[in-house]
Write a protein that binds this ligand. Sequence first.
Ligand code: NAP
Length: 213
Amino acid sequence: MNAGMVENDRMKKRRIGLMGGTFDPIHHGHLVAAEEARYQFGMEKVIFIPAGIPPHKTRKDISQAWHRFEMTRRAVATNPYFAVSDIEIKREGASYTIDTVRAMGEIYKGWEIFFITGADAVLEILTWKNVVELLEMCCFVAATRPGFKLESLGRKLAHLPQGCLEGIKTLEVPALAISSTDIRLRVWQGRPIKYLLPEAVEEYIYQNKLYLL
Ligand code: NAP
C-alpha cells in the first residue's frame, strides 16, 4: 500500500445508516433492506428509528409508539450491526427527519449519514420539512418493492437541484413484497403471519392483542 492509498483510506468517512419508518409492525422486508443497504454502502451500523408521529399521520392511524419501539428492539436484537433509537418517540410533536438527522449528526460528527426508507415515502420528499438542507446533510437510500417504477422517482423529483438528486440512491429489495399493511390485515382476519416477520415480533403482536380493532 503506498502513502497516497493510506491517506485516502484515512480520509474516507465512516458511514452510518439511519433506518426511518413507522414499523407498524417491523417485518423481514425492512430487515433485509437494512442489511442489504449496510452491505452495499459500507455502513458500520444501522440504527432503526421508529417514527414518533410521522408528519403525515395521526395517532389514530398507528399503534402506540412504545409497541412499535419494542417490536423493533426485538427484531434487531440478533444482528450485531443493528441498533434501535427512541430519539423520535421521545421528541414532542411530529417526527421531522431533518431534526433527527441534525441530532444524529451531532452524535456522529464527521460520519457520512445515510437515511434509509421506503421509495414510496421518498416519492413525497418534496413535501418534507427543509428538504434541500436535508439532502445536503445526508444521502437517501430509497428501498423499492418489486414492480416499483424507478422513472416515477425521477419524474416526481425532477424539480430538485441536480446535486440533491445525486444524493438519492435506490435499492431493489425483493423481500419488500412483505408489507406492514398486509400483516395488520392478516392479524385482523385471523390469517397466519408466520415467516413474514421475526418470531419475537409475532409473539409480541399476539401477546399485546395488536391489530384486532
Ligand atoms: P409510510 O407512508 O408508512 O410508508 C410508505 C411506504 O414505504 C410503505 O410502502 C412502507 O412499507 C415503506 N417503508 C416505510 N419505511 C420503510 C423502510 N424503512 N424500509 C423499507 N420500506 C419502508 O412511511 P413512513 O413509515 O410514515 O415514513 C418513512 C420515513 O420517512 C419515516 O422515518 C418518517 O418519519 C419519514 N418522513 C418524514 C417526513 C418529514 O420529515 N416531513 C415526512 C414523511 C415521512 P411498510 O408499510 O411495509 O413499512
